[in-house]
Design a binder for this molecule. Structure first.
Ligand code: SAH
Length: 253
């Protein structure tokens, strides 16, 4: 397999290409970039401005504070990204978007790549969402000054899942969110620190018991810290349990 064909193609549409790869140029992601496991293209939005001043923004129609990214500039940049990476979905970073999830990250990481449009100022002229197929994505209920840190976050989450980027541990389905639960707590040596010891069960060598303890801790943490995740998880769990009961009954008849 040629690394070119297989590599995950990231295209970032931004006014600040110098922010990339930034933190993704070091450690795991940096090494993977050097090894060609993913590639990075930055598209300068300003290159798609029509006037000699290379204007990318203008004042909001109807008045109010801030500036709005111009629709013609956005369309030009998106069309260019599509020509670079025709099969990659285009994500626009916006607080009103669908909250990003580990499930969506997995889908993206399994695909050909991703193009990410980073907003600035007040955001985008609304007509871009009517005229182009763009997935609006949020990285949480916070407001950033620009989409770049959001893009870095999404890329980081995708890259660590690419084949060969992390060791065996990475593909683990035991990580937070992978099964709809938060992860169980970890410990490492020393066995005793500042009067605190590692839970005895983890030293028992009994793998079934350890797995059961970890599952119980995951469930506790999720229930207490993330009632939203817990509700979904326990709903699905109860549903499949009653499905199983129904099957038993059917078979009994
Ligand atoms: N006026 C907008 C905020 C603009 S913040 C509003 O009230 O919703 C400037 C840019 O930062 C946005 O265009 C977007 O690209 C990015 N951004 C800010 N918060 C974000 C978030 N939670 N998720 C993704 N992108 C975000």
């Amino acid at each position: 397999m040629s690394s070119n064909e297989m590599s995950f193609a990231a295209t970032i549409l931004t006014l600040y290409p110098e922010m990339f790869p930034g933190p993704l140029g070091v450690s795991l992601a940096g090494r993977a970039l050097e090894e060609g496991k993913w590639s990075l293209d930055c598209v300068q939005l300003r290159d798609f401005a029509a006037d000699k001043h290379r204007t990318v923004d203008d004042t909001p129609a109807g008045g109010g504070a801030g500036m709005v990214l111009k629709v013609d500039v956005l369309a030009g940049a998106i069309d260019h990204a599509r020509s670079l990476s025709p099969k990659a979905p285009v994500l626009a970073m916006t607080p009103r978007g669908t909250p990003i999830s580990q499930a969506r990250i997995r889908e993206l990481a399994a695909g050909p790549g991703v193009s990410i449009l980073c907003g600035r100022f007040e955001g985008f002229d609304e007509r871009i969402f009517e005229a182009r197929e763009v997935e609006e994505v949020s990285v949480g209920d916070i407001v950033l000054s620009g989409g770049e840190p959001a893009a870095l976050m999404i890329l980081d989450a995708c890259i660590r899942l690419l084949p060969g980027v992390m060791g065996a541990a990475s593909s683990g389905t035991e990580e937070s969110f992978e099964e709809g639960l938060l992860e169980y707590p970890h410990y490492t040596r020393p066995q005793e620190w500042d009067g605190r010891t590692i839970p005895e069960v983890l030293r028992s060598g009994d793998h079934a018991k350890i797995a059961a303890w970890r599952k119980a801790m995951s469930e506790d943490h999720t229930r207490l810290r993330r009632p939203d995740l817990w509700e979904r998880y326990s709903g699905v769990r109860d549903q499949s349990a009653s499905g199983a009961r129904r099957m038993d009954k059917d078979q009994g008849q």
